[in-house]
Design a protein around this ligand. Structure first.
Ligand code: SAH
Length: 207
């Protein structure tokens, strides 16, 4: 699979329609976020290992979650689970600033190096527990959780702006991708599809 194939079959072919999201999926070099041993699979339609038992999500799911967030160039976004930094880079192209939190120090550090080597400046990365969010930068227009909690932590709902969108995989063995919206302080939700993510785990790891 090439980058063109990925766009043709997994992004357009599976119904992603927001031209800005399609453009960002084309522009961000996914192969740069993939370990050397996995590079030949960079554009395949499945998650890939990134070390520490974690995975970079499959291209379609990255595009779908991005589209569900309805990104706007003026939006401030929070991502929970930086991982490889790929989703961070896609969101950074489509919003004003992305704050992203990762609990595993080495993944946090690698993502920071990668994004700065690609000259992506509108991101701030933290080695923190995502269950706390980033209260000092809140409220956010977009919150994207890229690991699965059993329910959305209250702290994250409280850091969502009125008019904001939060997308997250929810569950443990069986998970559903859910889009939440906040209007006048009230949260509504819409279930999108079944998904399979690594679990959202409390606490940080220092290596
Ligand atoms: N968005 C990433 C997906 C990485 S997988 C990418 O594009 O590559 C999910 C990530 O969430 C893992 O790196 C995992 O360590 C992280 N994670 C899990 N629980 C977390 C928590 N409580 N706080 C911050 N990050 C967490």
């Amino acid at each position: 699979m090439s980058r063109d194939d990925m766009i043709q079959y997994d992004i357009l072919g599976r119904g992603i329609s927001n031209p800005l999201v399609i453009g960002a999926m084309y522009e961000v070099p996914r192969e740069k976020f993939i370990e050397n041993s996995q590079k030949k699979h960079a554009f395949d339609d499945n998650p890939l290992p990134i070390g520490h038992g974690q995975t970079i999500s499959q291209p379609y799911i990255v595009a779908l979650m991005t589209e569900l967030c309805s990104p706007d160039p003026e939006d401030i976004a929070l991502e929970i689970g930086t991982g490889s930094g790929y989703q961070t880079a896609v969101l950074a192209l489509l919003t004003k600033h992305v704050y992203s939190v990762e609990r595993i120090f080495e993944l946090h550090q690698d993502a920071e190096k990668k994004l700065s080597s690609m000259n992506i400046k509108n991101v701030t990365l933290y080695h923190r527990d995502g269950y706390d969010g980033v209260p000092e930068a809140a409220p956010f227009d977009i919150i994207m959780i890229t690991s699965a909690p059993v329910e959305v932590p209250e702290s994250l709902f409280s850091q969502l702006k009125n008019g904001g969108r939060l997308v997250a995989p929810i569950g443990s063995l069986v998970q559903e991708l859910i889009l939440y919206k906040k209007e006048n302080g009230k949260i509504s939700s819409e279930t999108i599809c079944h998904v399979q993510f690594v679990p959202m785990i409390k606490g940080i790891i220092n290596n």
